[in-house]
Design a protein around this ligand. Structure first.
Ligand code: SF4
Length: 701
């Protein structure tokens, strides 16, 4: 590191859910110096390519710098008035459910908290959802079914301590590189540590795996129910733990049947040898963490997959102990913080439930709010369907680009275009979403923003500013508060800074909570500006009486009514059948050096060198059948549309399936928006789209 530490600000990387600490400083010439924060306990100084390239992405090119209404620059007061008027009018004419907010895992916790307070507690609708629905909603639903609360049981240290790490539906090497580096370093130190990768693709993550299972899309439910049955047959159930700390074991075991190796092989596309190798490793090795990501969550049976994983951990007592547990790793920098403030359409602040009248009453009394939403709102996919069919009259999109990233993206873009009143608050001036906004509000960007985020291991860290806010840009929390005041809620939205919002959020987590809820950061309730500025990264729960981070599920202690961990009956089930006209399976995901729809990483020449244009990965056998050579242009089509991308032939891709990265939009390359191919199929419990298993066909263009 070339700059002196005392002048550097300690903040957090704005990309993935690893939540790496960084030190950053603005030089006198306006350039930015940055390095990993050696004292941050999530990364200990490590950064990946995206984090290291942050200084290349903080320039003002393409920034939205001034409020605009119908394309004309406006003063803040006029633009905020237009937003408040637009929403108030829709509510008066069509009721509170005629308006909607669509938020983002890029928002800071304070922003998220206020957006939810305004919508659920003051407008009185729960039509507020987030792009985190696309990221981890299935994990949330699975945690609640099993634990009675949305609690992630593991930490990154557990991954290093484990003797067996099972990675499911996760290309950790590219999507969560610093976690990958930590596991790789642990394995180098202890080569006896085993790593199993379960993924239809042989990704770069396979390079450290002892065993790769190239499972058929959505075959993992059968794989994991089969494991539960295998453990029972091989006397590997922890009967004492099951007896004392769980419920539902018998029903879960029954639902897993029949589970012969032949049947599981048929459902998973794996052979008996591969199944036995995995099941045997799990049976023999006690200290096991199962880490899962979007390959599990983004599925029509995402919640069932999560519970199938938790089931085998509960059945073997491998939870709440060092080096053991099921571990959902989030995609976005603050997906977890959003969950803490009730960022989903079916949740309330501080991990309370919208459908629980006691919780609604408690939150309403705390907020002194005139009303509170009394039923769950529309989840992301449903929300944009309601925009399309005219039920939503006023829509506010914050820090996200749904026109490119939701399933059936072309329909979503058209819905936004046709919506009578659209507000977008963002840092960029032009995306496929921003271009349709009636009101554009310039938000502060990373490096300018001030607040907190929570990473995948429940660690809350500060994002601190080290750059001035350019033009008229303002923090998201300020924009939301000013709209709230103009809608008539002056007192409830009078904040002088994010520290006051964070302290209120912490106080709500402790309000009438005598250990009845998992999320408790009551120790931060009285924090003043000085304490907020000095806040060091910490893990929740951190109740009032405690200064140290709490452990969860030690000797049980689940948040279900019985206090027991619940095994959920999951059937191995059958595959979703594809239309024969679209015989191949499309898998979508990230590449190493880009992030979401590239509004930030697309500015870095260094990052764009890794993979310069959109592509489709396909197996050479499939390519030969279709007369496709490497680098040919390929049309990939589904029942919902078509894209044109370059062929990348690789035997890392299983025959019968293709992979297309999610990042390139029509803005960056013509006809590259992959989410136009993905149907709006969602998990019925979590509402998370099944983005890993769309039916497509390919042809040479
Ligand atoms: Fe940022 Fe994630 Fe890379 Fe860490 S691993 S530097 S949080 S992108």
């Amino acid at each position: 590191m070339s700059f002196e530490e005392p002048q550097a600000i300690r903040t957090t990387c704005p990309y993935c859910g690893v939540g790496c600490g960084v030190r950053a400083r603005r030089e006198s010439d306006g350039s930015v110096q940055l390095s990993g924060d050696p004292e941050h306990p999530s990364n200990f100084g490590r950064l990946c390519s995206k984090g290291s390239a942050l200084p290349e992405t903080v320039g003002l090119a393409g920034r939205l710098l001034y409020p605009k209404v119908d394309g004309r620059r406006m003063a803040w007061d006029d633009a905020l008035g237009a937003v408040a008027d637009g929403f108030t009018r829709a509510i008066e004419e069509h009721g509170p459910d005629s308006v909607a907010f669509y938020c983002s895992g890029q928002l800071l916790t304070e922003d998220y908290y206020l957006a939810n307070k305004l919508m659920k507690g003051f407008i009185g609708s729960a039509n507020i959802d987030t792009n985190s629905r696309l990221c981890m909603a299935s994990a949330v639903a699975g945690h609640k079914r099993a634990f009675g609360a949305d609690t992630v049981p593991c930490t990154y240290e557990d991954l290093e301590e484990a003797d067996l790490v099972v990675l499911v539906g996760s290309n950790l090497a590219w999507c969560h590189p610093v976690i990958y580096q930590r596991i790789a370093a642990a394995k180098e130190k202890r080569p006896e540590m085993k790593i199993v990768l379960i993924d239809p693709r042989r990704t770069m993550t396979a390079d450290i795996a002892d065993l790769h299972l190239p499972i058929r899309a959505d075959g993992d439910v059968a794989l994991f129910t089969g494991l539960l049955a295998w453990l029972d047959e091989h006397d590997a159930i922890d009967r004492s733990y099951v007896e004392n700390h769980t419920e539902g074991f018998g029903d879960a075991l029954k639902a897993a049947q029949p589970a012969s190796l032949e049947r599981i092989a048929m459902l998973t596309g794996l052979n008996a040898e591969q199944l036995t190798a995995f099941y045997d490793l799990f049976t023999r090795i006690q200290k096991t963490v199962t880490l899962f990501s979007q390959g599990v969550n983004q599925s029509q049976r995402g919640t069932d997959k999560v519970n199938a994983i938790i089931n085998y951990h509960l059945a073997t007592g491998r939870i709440g102990r060092p080096g053991m547990g099921p571990f959902s790793i989030t995609g976005q920098p603050n997906a977890m913080g959003g969950r803490e403030v009730g960022g989903l359409a079916n949740t309330l602040a501080a991990h309370m439930e919208l459908e629980d009248s006691g919780h609604r009453d408690r939150v309403q009394r705390f907020w002194h709010s005139p009303r509170i939403a009394d039923k769950p709102g529309l989840k992301a996919v449903e929300l944009f369907q309601a925009v399309a069919d005219g039920r939503i009259k006023a829509l506010w999109i914050m820090a996200t680009n749904p026109a490119d990233t939701l399933p059936e993206a072309d329909l979503v873009e058209q819905a936004i275009k046709d919506c009578p009143f659209v507000v977008v608050s963002d840092v960029v001036n032009e995306t496929d979403t921003v271009r349709h906004a009636h009101v554009k509000l310039p938000a502060a960007a990373w490096g300018e923003k001030d607040g907190t985020v929570t990473n995948s291991e429940r660690r809350i860290s500060r994002q601190r500013p080290f750059l001035p806010m350019p033009g008229d840009a303002q923090p998201d929390w300020w924009i939301i508060a000013e709209v709230g005041k103009r809608m008539g809620f002056e007192d409830a939205f009078a904040y002088d800074g994010p520290d006051e919002i964070f302290a209120e959020h912490a106080a709500l987590s402790a309000f009438e909570n005598e250990g009845t809820r998992d999320f408790d950061i009551g120790a931060c309730a009285g924090l003043d500006r000085g304490g907020y500025d000095a806040l060091q990264p910490f893990q929740w729960p951190r109740p009032k009486e405690s200064t140290s981070s709490g452990q969860v599920f030690v000797d049980g202690g689940f948040f279900t009514q019985s206090g027991r961990g619940r095994l959920v009956p999951i059937s191995p089930s059958v595959r979703r059948e594809h239309d024969p006209a679209f015989p191949m399976t499309l898998n979508t995901g990230r590449v190493r050096d880009h992030w979401h729809s590239m509004t930030r990483t697309g500015r870095s020449p260094r990052l764009s060198q890794h993979l310069a244009e959109p592509f489709v990965e396909l197996n050479p056998r499939d390519a030969a059948r279709h007369g496709i050579a490497n680098a040919d242009i390929v049309r990939v089509s589904s029942g919902d549309g078509a894209i044109l991308v370059r062929a990348l032939l690789t035997d890392r891709q299983s025959p019968g399936s293709v992979f297309v990265p999610m990042h390139w939009t029509d803005q960056f390359a013509s006809n590259a928006r992959v989410d136009r191919l993905v149907p709006a199929v969602t998990d019925p419990l979590s509402g998370q789209p099944a983005s890993k298993n769309a039916a497509v066909r390919i042809e040479r263009f």
